[in-house]
Design a protein around this ligand. Structure first.
Ligand code: AMP
Length: 454
């Protein structure tokens, strides 16, 4: 594997990547970044977790003129969650450039704030098709200055029926531009889209099947899915587990069964409001509960490196969805386990999966359960009713907990600060002490309302 400093990148960028822990390039980065820097249109077939965001991120950042506040790059993503992950990753990679503005334009929040931000200008726009099209219609967004366009998870966008909106958006960008298309799979629909919008593209592919060394894929035949799921959880004792179901109702049912058994579990699906979905994802990512039961749509864009077990409670209807699902584990070279339940009617789906993956079929009775005690999550989330608008920073909160309350920093986990609210992951061992302490002590000379989430 090549190091980032083996290609011609600015020293400051390489140093920042190194601070982020990115020393060597992932396969897609090694293959695609040089092509992008040579101004080619690129079709990249790469699985989730391959490092694709940094691939197009680096390509974009090196082309931005920060003195000019017109949108120069546009990234279209299928979901709000993915758009938000992409924005965060770009912000991390862009830390070496002063004054760069990356704007997230997705639904679920009012347009007013976005219109305001657009007036001030942004170099990079990351958005979902619906909201981008809304801004184009009301003329708050002008894409005539775009130099580079990225379609992220293009196959997902097509599955979600976004083709016309995407074409409408692309029609508003200049003809002369660089276009990059990223997709986990490359079926006929995606090929057709690519043909219409990319010019002499270079195709870059990384192996979309998962190596058995990184993701262990085990299959269990069962007619008692709930009991089998419980047994798998007792046997593997994952600290972070994502369970996939094919329907919203099923996610609720499975979460209820596991909750009754004492597991720390939540369900997420498209019927939840955006705010509820965000809070569930945030608490899962910060280690405040260990099991998330999700539909495919709700889990898209979830970018957590530490999911150690994926369970397919229902096998997906399409085999490519299986690839997406198990790609949530075994990220960035870590080992992951994917456990799939199936019944007698599923044998054709297994045959399909087997064509591209090395799978093992295992008798559930052969698994031993040595310990029925349920692993509790490490953290619990404290919510503070103050955020960026109160000029709170992660440092202020960490300082209030460590300096004023005398709690060791190692007990403080992720701190997520939003405009009006802040979420802080605190180790369960000290949660009560921190909760009482923050309730009774000001943070930056102000008392905030604070509560524990569960
Ligand atoms: P993505 O495919 O963009 O979702 O990236 C998957 C994960 O890999 C993200 O958490 C990135 O922060 C991480 N990542 C991306 N590039 C590298 C790299 N060269 N070395 C280590 N980690 C990386």
């Amino acid at each position: 594997m090549k190091k980032f400093n083996s290609i011609n990148l600015p020293q400051k960028l390489v140093e920042n990547l190194s601070l982020l822990g990115y020393e060597t390039m992932t396969e897609i980065q090694e293959k695609a970044i040089p092509e992008i820097l040579n101004s080619h249109d690129v079709i990249a077939q790469a699985k989730t977790g391959s490092g694709k965001t940094a691939t197009f991120g680096i390509g974009i950042l090196l082309q931005i003129d920060v003195k000019n506040f017109d949108p120069q790059a546009l990234i279209i993503c299928p979901t709000r969650e993915l758009a938000s992950q992409v924005t965060k990753e770009l912000q991390r990679i862009a830390r070496f450039i002063h004054n760069i503005k990356i704007l997230n334009l997705t639904g679920g929040v009012g347009k007013k704030g976005q219109i305001h931000s657009l007036r001030y200008g942004a170099h990079i726009i990351v958005g979902t098709p619906g909201r981008l099209a809304d801004h184009l219609r009301i003329k708050s967004l002008n894409l005539q200055t775009v130099k580079i366009l990225v379609l992220d998870e293009a196959d997902r966008m097509l599955d979600m029926g976004f083709i016309e909106v995407i074409e409408e958006i692309i029609a508003r960008t200049p003809n002369e531009k660089q276009t990059l298309l990223f997709s986990a799979t490359f079926d006929e629909k995606t090929k057709k889209l690519a043909k219409g919008i990319l010019k002499n593209p270079i195709e870059v592919k990384v192996d979309s099947s998962h190596s058995p060394k990184i993701i262990k894929q085990q299959f269990f035949q069962t007619s008692q899915k709930n009991d089998t799921t419980k047994k798998l959880l007792h046997h593997y004792r994952p600290s972070s587990c994502l369970i996939f179901c094919n329907t919203k109702i099923q996610t609720e049912k499975v979460a209820d069964v596991l909750y009754d058994e004492g597991f720390s579990v939540m369900a997420i699906h498209g019927d939840l409001e955006q705010k509820e979905r965000d809070e569930v994802l945030l608490q899962f990512a910060n280690g405040s509960f260990s099991i998330l039961v999700a539909t495919d749509v709700a889990a898209r864009g979830l970018d957590i490196d530490d999911i150690n077990v994926i369970i397919n409670y229902d096998l997906p209807r399409e085999k490519d969805v299986y690839t997406h699902r198990i790609g949530r584990t075994g990220r960035a070279g870590k080992e992951g386990i994917s456990l799939s339940l199936f019944n007698r009617n599923d044998s054709f789906k297994i045959d399909e999966i087997r064509k591209k993956n090395e799978i093992e079929i295992i008798e559930i009775d052969s698994l031993e359960v040595k310990n029925l005690e349920i692993l509790k999550p490490v953290n619990q989330t404290l919510c503070i009713d103050g955020g960026k608008k109160d000029k709170l920073s992660a440092g202020d909160i960490l300082g209030a907990i460590t300096k004023k309350l005398g709690i060791e920093g190692k007990y403080v986990g992720k701190i997520d600060i939003f405009r009006f609210k802040t979420y802080v992951a605190i180790n369960q061992k000290v949660i009560d002490e921190v909760y009482e302490g923050l309730k009774n002590n000001p943070i930056k000379a102000r008392n905030y309302r604070i509560w524990k989430m569960d």
